[in-house]
Design a protein around this ligand. Structure first.
Ligand code: LLP
Length: 382
């Protein structure tokens, strides 16, 4: 919850805006760093989760790498302190312009998702007289048991190369003098809360990497992607995800060779609990079956509930009256613009401050221009 001094700061600002708790971010990063060192793993922050300059600076300060999915994410990472040699460029549809930019800025490696992409990188690298290191993103057909829109590792998903295509991939790589295949990349989905899923992933990765070893291909790094979920239902209790159990699973179940580096691309688990969307109740209105709290924040500021029916805890920060049930909605002309139905809140009045919790990941980055609404700057609290 928020202390009174923080709520006073909220009162002074025009709503809606994102609030970031930098102290919690630093505590979270310290825990990830401790475990990264303990296991000799390498964590790349998934910039797509939150590419805010202030947040990127906090993360790069500790020497983490960056996992980028666009030329502009690479640019933002370089501008905010990440070392180009620790930047990975992933994504199923890299443009020629982005590939040129990545080669010119000497990022560490490309995570490639198709044979044609490998051929295009080869052409562009050859024309610039550069060498490109690549990892192949393989679709391991492991069910992440999460929302279908954020599941990425099943045969039906567009991501990665299917296992049946691996022989062709090797043939193509052999014909590409400007490409070095050094790694394998896997990412099966996001907001994964069943830790057994990661054990299953390790077992599949072991099988796949043996396939490469049998063919004399050295795999210098294995990248296990991101995906560790957070507890949206208990943001005040589970402030820092269980990184200990997560990393221990990979250490125990993955066949790690002595010369291999293990990479991760964590996004949500690092930043989600550190951000909240702060808004004001504009109107309270009686419906036929329910009462509505109409906020000045909507799906334009936080799209997750509309897109994935996702749950975010909602707190009224300024009322301590007896509880009531409300549908908490935004001002946008879309019925999906709803943050929660039947939400129990202290009796809410016009002007009350409302916090939508755990919104640090895939919140601010997914805001839209719809309705040309004002975008207020975030508030960072140390
Ligand atoms: N690596 C790759 C290849 C990814 O596609 C992603 C996320 C990550 C790493 C980071 O995953 P994380 O640790 O954050 O789970 N907008 C959705 C989430 C989309 C995730 C996309 N990929 C949401 O709001 O739930």
């Amino acid at each position: 919850m928020f202390d009174l001094a923080t709520i006073e700061k909220f009162r002074e600002k025009e709503t809606p805006f994102y609030h970031y708790d930098l102290e919690l971010l630093r505590e979270t990063l310290a825990e990830v760093k401790r475990l990264e060192q303990k296991y000799d793993f390498e964590v790349h922050y998934a910039v797509k989760a939150n590419s805010n300059a202030r947040i990127l600076k906090e993360i790069s300060r500790l020497g983490f790498g960056a996992d980028c999915v666009s030329g502009n994410e690479i640019k933002a990472s370089l501008e905010n302190g990440f070392d180009s040699h620790k930047i990975l460029f992933a994504g199923v549809g890299k443009s020629d312009k982005e590939i040129r930019y990545a080669l010119d800025t000497e990022i560490s490696a490309f995570n490639c998702e198709s044979i044609q992409e490998i051929q295009v990188i080869e052409q562009i690298a050859a024309a610039r007289n550069k060498q490109a290191e690549i990892a192949i993103r393989i679709n391991p057909n492991v069910d992440a048991k999460t929302h279908k829109y954020i599941t990425t590792g099943l045969d039906e998903n567009k991501f990665g190369v299917n296992q049946a295509e691996l022989s062709n991939v090797l043939e193509v790589v052999e014909q590409c003098p400007n490409i070095q295949l050094t790694g394998l990349h896997f990412h099966i989905g996001s907001q994964i809360t069943d830790m057994n899923v990661f054990k299953g992933l390790c077992i599949r990765v072991n099988e796949i990497q043996h396939w490469f070893f049998d063919r004399g291909v050295q795999i210098k790094h294995l990248n296990l992607g991101g995906g560790l979920g957070i507890d949206y239902a208990n943001p005040d209790v589970c402030r820092i995800p269980d990184f200990e159990t997560y990393f221990a699973i990979f250490s125990e179940f993955l066949d790690i060779r002595h010369d291999q580096k293990i990479h991760f691309e964590l996004g949500r688990s690092i930043i989600a609990q550190c951000g909240n969307l702060i808004s004001r109740a504009l109107y309270i209105k009686n419906g036929i079956n329910t009462n509505f709290v109409i906020l000045d924040a909507g799906m334009t500021e936080l799209m997750r509930p509309a897109l994935y029916q996702s749950y975010h805890q909602i707190d009224n920060l300024t009322s301590c009256k007896p509880d009531n049930n409300y549908d908490v909605v935004g001002p946008i002309c879309e019925s999906s613009d709803c943050f929660g139905k039947g939400v129990k809140l202290p009796t809410t009045e016009r002007g009350d401050l409302i916090a939508i919790r755990s919104a640090g990941a895939y919140g601010e980055v997914m805001t839209s221009k719809y309705n040309l609404r004002d975008q207020n700057p975030p508030l960072y609290i140390e």
